[in-house]
Design a protein around this ligand. Sequence first.
Ligand code: FES
Ligand code: MG
Length: 592
Amino acid sequence: MSNNVNNNAKRRYRSQDWFDNPERIDMTALYLERFMNYGITPEELRCGKPIIGIAQSGSDITPCNRIHLETVKRVRDGIRDAGGIPMEFPLHPIFENCRRPTAALDRNLAYLGLVEILHGYPIDAVVLTTGCDKTVPAQLMAAATVDIPAIVLSGGPMLDGWFEGELVGSGAAIWKARRQLAAGTIDEKKFVDIATASAPSAGHCNTMGTASTMNAVAEALGMSLTGCSAIPAPYRERGQMAYETGRRIVELAKDDVRPSQILTRDAFLDAIVVNAAIGGSSNAQPHIVAMARHAGVEITPEDWMEYGYDVPLLLNMQPAGKYLGERFHRAGGVPAVMWELEQAGKLRSQRLTVTGKTIAENIYARETDDREMIKPFAEPLKDTAGFLVLKGNLFDFAIMKTSVISPAFRARYLANPGHENCFECKVVVFDGSDDYHHRINDPSLGIDEYTMLVIRGAGPVGWPGSAEVVNMQPPDHLIKQGISNLPTLGDGRQSGTSDSPSILNASPESAAGGNLSLLRTGDVIRVDLNHGRCDVLLSDEDLEARRSDAPPMIPASQTPWQEIYRATVGQLHKGACMELALPYRGVGHDMP
Ligand code: FES
Ligand code: MG
């Protein structure tokens, strides 16, 4: 017998309850015979090798993760070579830009499905294959709930996109080209050419959109091997990383290193810091909160301000900066950004990660040699890049992604002498994105450069799932005048690739009785970024008087899951979790 087997004999794996249970030899025989069908011997299954699940997130329907159809071959090699038995199974697909009404609906569904698989099948540890936005939090939420050893393998971003000699990044290129189309400077053919040029290979979005953000967050949390998240999908290092990840999960299984030892409050606070420094997606807010809550950690609105707000922007990557994923990887990826933050004393780096080492050990001597891409902490691209948390008489919580406030936006709205960072606008209110698309170019709305566009009915209950719609484009006549962003506010989210400094994720949402439901076109809103306030200029009495009006319409549920989702989901400031799932932590250790 090899050393592995001798060592394993000391630790009884949960899978042995299925395959090596002397009290239920009838059932053991039944379980054994099926798995032998694809080449696993009864001896292997009964000698105490750990069974390593591989959650396969790639498929034709989730093209951003399709690289994992290849990477898992190397994961399997690594698992086998380290003395484990791989068992691959599918994750419910989540494809960000195609799923209607919104992919956000599927984060909690994939979470639920994965919890059931990890709990109900003979799996001792799991490799989580991630890529497209919500495939990261869905799986980490499940790993936190089940709390068996787990490791993230990112699929990596696409190669950089180029069009007419310029970098074109996923999403970001489309937001820009959409404005050019509205202004009449490009035609539809060129619009499609730009969009397709921005997606030149396998992989997830190559900008610092939600996918790159959430994979970076997974690495910052300590849930993937060092340097994993930024390796572009087609690069040779991706296959090597897959192999090493396979080897490592077997060790994590043997040592019984669980997510609960890694997903601590310190880890989530560091994720908030890293997210700011990379100019990460505004979707990181609900996802970080959701992962934390499933791990038993509370992240408060104040935490975003205290730990994240004044972190400088270090990474020069679209949409907050210039470049794309290939250069980020070559510049050193997440470890190089964390090295800067560590030197500045911004991290809690003596915490455990899946490498078996601390963050400090993982990022030792990882300083970048590309100062155009990763700036020194003392000379950042922007001084403060964290989310600004706002509240007021319309909502209790919303965020603004400050890293994307452009000089033009700042000059028009935030540079009022004597009232710096404060402005007032009359509002035009849209009920959902169909209403916005129908009416945005209606001249009778009188939208000018001092109008704030408000969208409601776009939160977790309203849409349902919460739509990425708050980055509303101004009407065509303003775009033709060169106004590319108006102030916007909404109870939905926006794409992580958008450069719009919206006030978004407003909670509670209109459809859950939030005061946004009382707002009317023509009201005036005052925004005060110095004090984190956003208020409609109406008295409490005036607002209350409107409460007897019929609430804004929201669409009916179209599927059973939409109804279940709406009945169980919490608000965005609480991570839009399935609230009833939160007490079920550690269920991988209650044998089914
Ligand atoms: Fe899937 Fe961007 S749409 S990663
Ligand atoms: Mg998105």
